[in-house]
Design a protein around this ligand. Structure first.
Ligand code: TXA
Ligand code: MG
Length: 321
């Protein structure tokens, strides 16, 4: 349903130039945008989300000139990645220019940049200038894939450029290209294999524990993507008939038909698109448990399945505080 605070582009650009924050669609999830050159506006993002100040933000751009504004020492191998995957669901971490605001980078020497491919994100960035944008959810909640998710977290009147459900549904791949080998901090739709073959550089996936207090990518230490319901992996021999339980399956396809059993039949694109909405629905519908069929090594070859595994694993880990 469209709300009165569904912004059009011109209104959105005006609000951003006045130092306001608002939600806008990207192809991954909705972002909570602020003018990347306005520290007071950026501060509002941390307040509204309840985001720890040591968790840096991604700057969203829509041109190569904007890369120059924030990044220095861009390696040739990263240029290949930009040519191949931008605009798209890949965030690149570069050494930062000294002019980049500390509130964006949480004092790190690096800055994260992403050129989203959603036409509305591109338009709003081109008109308003670079935008910092975390996912538009309260800290600790699943990322928003629909305008109503944003308003669940920030209230009915919160300004959103509405554009329906997002295309991918999981956040971008976060890749550090400021050093060798490149390191993936967060898997997403762009895979390690694609990055290695396009860039010709070795790619490692970061295995830092969530309880490490000074990880290279601060976001990895916080609990994410967690509904109120307890999320666990489904055991092989479970009946799928426990009370108050939502089952999310991808291979299993039981012959009984009930609302609380969803089978994706290997459609991992749909599973990724719907995961966070299912988490939120589980809470609305009062389920106490969400049980998810685990992925096999063969299924985990697919990039989206790696991203699903990462987000679900985080949801199964109890919150730090
Ligand atoms: O798909 C996405 O990336 C979405 C849409 C809105 O673009 N944005 C998003 O932002 O997921 P956020 O803030 O929810 O997640 C960004 C992640 C965090 O884990 C943060 O710690 C990490 O990127 N990050 C940002 N800047 C970094 C830096 N300079 N070094 C290491 N990690 C960084
Ligand atoms: Mg987030």
């Amino acid at each position: 349903m469209t709300k009165k605070n569904n912004l059009d582009l011109n209104k959105a650009v005006k609000l951003l130039s006045q130092g306001e924050i608002l939600a806008f669609p990207t192809e991954t999830v909705y972002g909570l945008g602020a003018d990347a050159e306005n520290p007071a506006a950026i501060q509002k993002i941390f307040e509204v989300k309840g985001r720890p100040a040591d968790n840096p933000l991604i700057v969203h751009i829509s041109s190569h000139e904007m890369v120059e504004q924030f990044a220095r020492d861009v390696p040739d191998e990263a240029v290949k990645l930009m040519e191949k995957f931008w605009p798209g669901p890949l965030t690149l971490i570069f050494k930062k220019k000294s002019s980049v605001l500390d509130v964006i980078t949480a004092g790190l020497e690096t800055v994260a940049l992403r050129w989203p491919r959603h036409p509305i994100s591109q338009q709003v960035i081109t008109m308003a200038g670079p935008l910092v944008a975390p996912s538009a959810n309260s800290s600790g909640k699943p990322s928003p894939t629909k305008p109503e998710h944003v308003r669940e977290d920030f209230g009915d009147d919160f300004p959103v450029i509405e554009a329906g459900e997002t295309e991918i549904g999981l956040e971008s791949t976060v890749l550090d290209v400021s050093q060798l080998p490149f390191i993936i901090y967060r898997p997403g739709a762009v895979s390690a294999e694609d990055i290695a073959s396009v860039s010709g550089v070795n790619v490692e996936t970061n295995n830092e524990q969530t309880n490490n207090n000074s990880p290279k990518s601060p976001g990895t230490k916080y609990s994410h993507y967690t509904p109120e319901a307890t999320v666990t992996w489904l055991n092989e021999d479970e009946s799928m008939k426990a009370p108050n339980t939502l089952y999310l399956l991808h291979i299993k396809n039981p012959d009984f038909n009930t609302d609380n059993v969803v089978s994706y039949k290997s459609n991992y694109g749909q599973m990724a698109r719907e995961l966070y909405d299912r988490f939120r629905q589980a809470d609305h519908m009062g389920y106490s448990h969400v049980k998810i069929e685990p992925f096999t090594i063969v299924e985990l070859r697919e990039p989206l399945v790696q991203a699903l595994q990462n987000r679900i694993s985080k949801a199964t880990t109890p919150a730090e505080s």
